[in-house]
Design a protein around this ligand. Structure first.
Ligand code: FAD
Length: 402
């Protein structure tokens, strides 16, 4: 990709219904992108098209808020490190008119536990995380037991504990990005993209459900689980599907020590929340689709046995609430797609985060802003997450526990 010279303004000024950059979807990804484009290139005229300012079905508001460096791909580790620092400083960085942007950050730590046959992979990931300067500890079953006495460890090979990871309030993060972006001059339009108009190798127009239309130099598809629908308008293949996932709020029913965000290879994942816990167990075989139905038996049938087997005090667990949300699942390799298709030079995608989108939104938004304005990544090199691998059908999989 070519770089623009530093003396050339990145964008011409926009007027009326013509913008320099139009972002399709105003969830965490779209709002982070809007913030970074406007911060890095203040002269840019940016708008975000988002049909629902309550975000009733957006994945962001249904997320569990976890932020971790426990990945295998260097890009994911570095995106998490940037995201974590960014989120910790978020209340003040994103303050508007002296009003802070609270995100309720908790440095609770993360713990990945694996059976003996997965220890080789866990150790390789641990070494990669150490090389990237992460605060991680490799713990044998006895050390796990000493630290978390209620844990059943007899079938485990070990675990990795990342002490500086944690979790935050996804809604606070989204609202903070949105408010700050608006304060910098970004326009949010409450409407739905009904059609994208393509003229050979460019997208020229977004036709909206209200009948209005918006022309722009650059379009960014940040529509999460809906992003493949938008790509269909311009005949761009995008292997991103909606994958339903349940999240539960539950209490333990017995005294238990304070736990980090625990994850295992069967995709059980939970963390403390107030007097109880928030978490679930991802079913990767779930049929793809826009299904928000809640299976109220799922906790008892699937989650509770896994919890109680690992931590016997959860024998008396009680589920108080279950909700469903959608992963924007990248079917090629479970990693995000951040870039553009060479057939369509002004149409960028930032999607496919497959369960990691909240924590990676700051780095992804900054990366897309750099691509748009500089023509290349300037901070983190995210080229391996580009669209080229989709075209080539060459997966770049994440080998941490996802
Ligand atoms: C249960 C659950 C738990 C999760 N836990 C975590 C976690 O612990 N940590 C983590 O990092 N991530 C987590 N995630 C993943 C994370 O929530 C997502 O990766 C992230 O929110 C994706 O953000 P987004 O902005 O791309 O999507 P969304 O938040 O879904 O935003 C997309 C927006 O696009 C809009 N849109 C749709 N169609 C159109 C259209 N035609 N025109 C214009 N706009 C449109 C929608 O209204 C929506 O607001 C979790 C997800 C779920 C479901």
């Amino acid at each position: 990709m070519t770089s623009r010279t530093s003396t050339t303004p990145a964008f011409p000024q926009g007027t009326g219904h013509r913008y320099d950059v139009v972002i399709l979807g105003g969830g965490i990804m779209g709002s982070s992108t809007a913030y970074f484009v406007k911060s890095l290139f203040p002269e840019t005229d940016v708008c975000v098209v988002e049909p629902d300012s309550t975000y009733a079905f957006a994945s962001t508001l249904r997320a569990s808020g976890g932020v971790r460096v426990l990945f295998s791909c260097p890009e994911n580790i570095e995106m998490s490190k940037f995201g974590r620092d960014f989120i910790k400083a978020f209340p003040t960085t994103m303050a508007v008119d002296g009003r802070e942007a609270p995100v309720d950050w908790v440095t609770g730590g993360y713990l990945f536990i694996v059976p003996p046959e997965q220890m080789g992979l866990l150790e390789a990931n641990f070494e990669a995380q150490q090389r990237h300067g992460c605060e991680v500890e490799l713990l044998a079953p006895e050390a796990l037991k000493a630290r978390f006495p209620s844990m059943e460890v007899s079938d485990l090979g070990g675990g990795v504990h990342s002490t500086q990871d944690g979790w935050c309030d996804p809604n606070g993060l989204l609202q903070g990005f949105r408010r700050k972006a608006i304060s910098l001059g970004v326009t949010y339009i409450e409407d739905r993209v009904a059609k994208l108009v393509r003229d050979r190798h460019r997208v020229t127009r977004a036709a909206l459900a209200s009948g209005r239309s918006i022309d722009a130099d650059t379009f960014v598809n940040a529509a999460g689980a809906w992003s493949a629908q938008l790509c269909d308008h311009v005949a761009m293949p995008l292997p991103v599907s909606p994958l339903r996932r349940f999240e539960h709020y539950f209490t333990c029913g017995n005294p238990i020590e304070r736990l980090p965000y625990v994850k295992d290879v069967d995709r059980l994942a939970f963390r403390s929340e107030g007097a109880g816990f928030s978490g679930g167990l991802v079913d990767g075989g779930e049929p793809r689709g826009f299904n928000f139905d809640v299976d109220h038996e799922y906790f008892e049938r699937v989650v509770w046995p896994a919890l109680a087997q690992r931590f016997p005090p959860f024998e008396s667990a009680k589920c108080h609430r279950t909700w469903s949300g959608l992963y924007e699942q990248c079917e090629l390799d479970g990693n995000p797609i951040i870039g553009r298709w060479r057939e369509l030079g002004n149409f960028f995608v930032v999607t496919g985060f497959s369960g990691h989108g909240m924590m990676h939104a700051p780095a992804a938004g900054r990366g897309i802003a750099e691509l748009i304005g500089h023509g290349e990544f300037r901070t983190l090199d995210l080229r391996r997450f580009g669209y080229e691998r989709i075209e080539a059908g060459a997966p770049y999989p994440e080998r941490g526990i996802v």
